[in-house]
Design a protein. Sequence first.
Length: 342
Amino acid sequence: MLATLALAAIVPSGAAATTLSGDAIWTARPSAATEPNALAAEVAAAGLHRVFVKAAEGTTLEPGFTAPFVAAIRAHGIEVCAWVFVYGAEPAGEAAAAVAAARAGAQCLVVDAEGQYDKRYGAAQSYVGALRAQLGAAYPIGLAGQAEVLEHPTFPYSVFLGPGGFDFDMPQVYWRELGLSPGAALALSLGQNEWYGRPIEPVGQLFDAVSAAEVGKFVAGASIDGARGVSLFDLEAEPPPQIAAAVAAPIPALVRPVAPATLRPGADGDEVVWAQEHLDGSGADLPVGGFYGNETARAVARFQRRHRLRASGLLDARTWRALLRVRPRVPSWASAPPLSAR
């Protein structure tokens, strides 16, 4: 059980507050089996005012996730965000389920996309396009993806978090599953997710009998590294009073943004796809295949010279930051994914 946990709203100085910024709790209980007033009471007892409720599994909307269900929770002053788990085999149907959840009154949407979407670049483009076409560009959507980008080279992060994609990057930093301390897991995950240039709001764990000290280190580390907020999975893992005790003792919001991790020749995966799209957007003419070979290294060096950076051919933190100011040139993946994902 958690005895004390420092859990604070973490919004860097000068950052605009958004629906997804700040702290939240997840619930994996099917909404059909959940009484909304009781759920709202649990969230309030945990000292929080935002809950992510499971709304769909693939193409199937949770039957209890309805407008009256959402309205009943919101009537207690609790913000409701729908979360959906997706597979990629039927992107149009999955998008329809997510849109139905949003139209039931959810104030934001979080898409839990993991290994099932590996190599499915075309499906990801279809899914993202369908969501934005129906919900509009302003509706807040987050990707709750796998924490270590380099361990998942065929996952289309660059589609979900690319132009016209999702607003927030919410890596699942489950340190026990990663075999790391909370601080080490955060440093590794945030450094790699910085490549995509989206605000990062990491998801921590309450399950697997984690200690109060572990969760405290996760929250403190996220604050120090400049995260805009954290959320914890899930409400069923700890009694609300234990979480409430943590909320009562917030930590100060310190800001020390993590630098993007350096990418080197020989890398192969979605992060290289993303870099090549930006290099092409800056005037290069690279085939977007996902391999960091000599041609890509030369394009990086040319970009560095034009921007008065050391022409090392390495994608270091300063180069990434300059590159992320360029609008990428994104191919259509309708016919096939990049070579690195085949």
